[in-house]
Design a protein around this ligand. Sequence first.
Ligand SMILES: Nc1ncnc2c1ncn2[C@@H]1O[C@H](COP(=O)(O)OP(=O)(O)OP(=O)(O)O)[C@@H](O)[C@H]1O
Length: 231
Amino acid sequence: MLHLDRLLIRQGDFTLRADGTADAGERIAVIGPSGGGKSTLLMAIAGFLAPAEGRILWQGRDLGPLGPGERPVSLLFQDQNLFPHLTLRENLGLGISPGLRLSAGDRARIEEALERVGLAGLGEAKPGRLSGGQQGRAALARALLRARPILLLDEPFAALGPALKAEMLALVSEIAAETGATVLMVTHDPEDARRFAHRTILVADGRAGAPQPTAALFADPPPALRAYLGP
Ligand SMILES: Nc1ncnc2c1ncn2[C@@H]1O[C@H](COP(=O)(O)OP(=O)(O)OP(=O)(O)O)[C@@H](O)[C@H]1O
């Protein structure tokens, strides 16, 4: 279980309070107005921002003392964080070993992951040669290899068209089910939240509340969500 325990996170003048728990293996959407603090919340869980108060616990363990690389967390941004000068194989290899010291077994796992996301045969390609959808797949393959128990997605597919985005969300769901990962996904699209997550965290007015059932939240939105969704 991921437990946000009375968190207070500061970014300059901005403060965000967060409370709530996510079960192991659960998929949760994170939604709310621009500037509300969604990325801030993910950055704190990933260890790039130290909370001013409170704790972040995973399976009862306080993640506070752990740096970003030591946390049980993978973080995916919209730009997919692929290094343009490295091949896909090398980009994936970085998910296993930051110095690219890879065993034969590691190399085999990389090929399996490429195959799993439909990129078999593209191991030697540089990211610039790939379409947006293929870059998304490559980033997911790297997350799959890292196999961390918590996967944080910050609007990873916002630049993709609706059909491709739906396909990528389905792939994330499959990979999360295979690895048993707890997934928190920031999105601006209520449809993504409905499709992807049984529960949703609303981030607004300086608060990230506890996850609520997605269908019920959108059926009867609180004022902050109503204002965000518009008429
Ligand atoms: N490095 C920083 N220093 C100071 N303030 C920051 C910094 N980064 C973000 N902020 C502020 O923190 C607040 C929350 O930003 P954040 O990016 O978390 O929101 P968000 O909900 O992810 O927004 P969006 O949907 O537009 O991506 C904003 O008011 C922003 O101006």
